[in-house]
Design a protein around this ligand. Structure first.
Ligand code: DGJ
Length: 375
């Protein structure tokens, strides 16, 4: 009887609330049950006619990272209306677990591996009680896109291997770096010359803000903020997407980038990132390259118009193609609310390439027809 009522209530809710016809960046976005979507720092996967939006699931009444409960999943056919599939990877009660309640899970990205037919989730994991010191990449796996995902392991990538673009002379320090004062030009030069890569060589390179990019040839890469967030690393994943091949490179050494998001159009890779100001918004950056391995050319702030210098009060998290539409990419970003993370909202905007650069323009409200307009 109870089940019958809950099905009826859910059906009524779907009828009443399933009415989103456009994207309204930065505002409350209700799911099919009339509840604000809870999938922060998210990523998107498209499988068999359905979009899967994965993100950090926060609980009400708690601030900052204490609000984290796990990774959620929402599904949609049209990108406007979303069904809550629930938490697909939950923090664990067992205090000995790497994903024990109190850990920090950020920026989950799920990809499908065609060879193994598994759904592979990568996310940034910080261990309970250790702040942001673990700086690890974590992986979980599922047989179905809506989970449940099984946590496999977390670790720092590229232990004991130099990046492919590393000069031989960088393998040992040429000056006494221990006395350098942070943020001086000499210190920044030392970072560019591999000081922090050498520091982390034995224990593995840091992996904080991250995304996963799967290329046309099915090769996948973890793109992660490393070296105390000073330098982005691109690390190739193994064919099953569960490990690293140990082939890796650096992007924008000492450039201080977070929140990487990547897409490819007409054979060119584009990346949008943010600066590093915690939960506060800052000016986005953009890059492009003809190869995933670089060289990545810096293109500056992709945002134009009012509040462009603050990425419209948001921070990038992912970029995905609209299915069946050529050159239509959606930029996903978070408008964080650390005092009540569950209320954080989402800024989705269409990306266009103008004069070889990605451009993001604020729209109060838009739908997929906006791609047809000349903006
Ligand atoms: C900015 C990052 O992009 C977020 O994912 C989160 O780690 C916050 N910093 C924490 O301050």
């Amino acid at each position: 009887m109870k089940l019958k009522y809950s099905i009826i209530i859910s059906l009524v809710c779907s009828l009443v609330f399933s009415q989103n016809k456009d994207f309204v960046p930065g505002k409350q976005w209700k799911d099919n049950d009339g509840v604000h979507i809870n999938a922060h720092g998210g990523g998107m996967l498209f499988i068999d006619g359905t979009y899967y939006w994965y993100g950090e699931y926060k609980t009400a009444g708690r601030a900052g990272n204490t609000a984290l409960e796990g990774i959620s999943c929402y599904t949609s056919k049209d990108l406007y209306n979303w069904h809550n599939e629930g938490i697909v990877l939950r923090v664990e009660e067992n205090p000995a677990s790497e994903i024990a309640k109190g850990c920090i899970m950020e920026r989950p990205k799920v990809v499908f591996n065609k060879k193994t037919a598994k759904y592979v989730m990568w996310f940034h994991l910080e261990l309970k009680g250790q702040g942001y010191n673990a700086a690890s990449a974590a992986v979980a796996v599922s047989d179905t896109p809506n989970g449940p995902f099984k946590f496999k392991k977390s670790y720092r990538p590229n232990k004991g291997v130099w990046p492919i673009n590393f000069k031989d002379e960088f393998k040992t320090a040429s000056i006494d770096e221990s006395k350098l004062k942070s943020w001086t030009p000499e210190w920044l030069t030392a970072v560019k010359n591999g000081m922090l890569i050498r520091r982390d060589f034995e224990k593995g390179q840091m992996s904080r803000d991250m995304t996963v990019y799967v290329d046309d040839n099915e090769k996948a890469y973890l793109i992660h903020s490393s070296e105390d967030n000073l330098t982005l690393h691109i690390s190739e994943l193994t064919a099953d997407y569960l490990d690293f091949t140990q082939k890796w490179t650096t992007v924008a050494p000492a450039g201080h980038n977070e929140a990487p998001a990547v897409f490819k159009q007409d054979g060119v890779y584009y990346m949008i990132t943010s600066g590093c100001t915690g939960w506060d918004p800052n000016e986005a950056r953009s890059f492009k390259s003809k190869s995933i391995w670089g060289p990545w050319q810096s293109l500056g702030n992709p945002c134009i118009g009012k509040d462009a210098e603050l990425t419209f009060y948001s921070q990038s998290t992912y970029i995905f193609p609209v299915q069946g539409k050529k050159d239509q990419f959606i930029f996903m970003a978070d408008r964080w609310k650390p005092e009540s993370p569950i209320e954080g909202s989402y800024v989705w905007l269409p990306i266009t390439i103008r004069n070889g650069k990605p451009v993001l323009k604020w729209l109060e409200k838009w739908d997929l027809n906006a791609f047809r307009e000349k903006r």
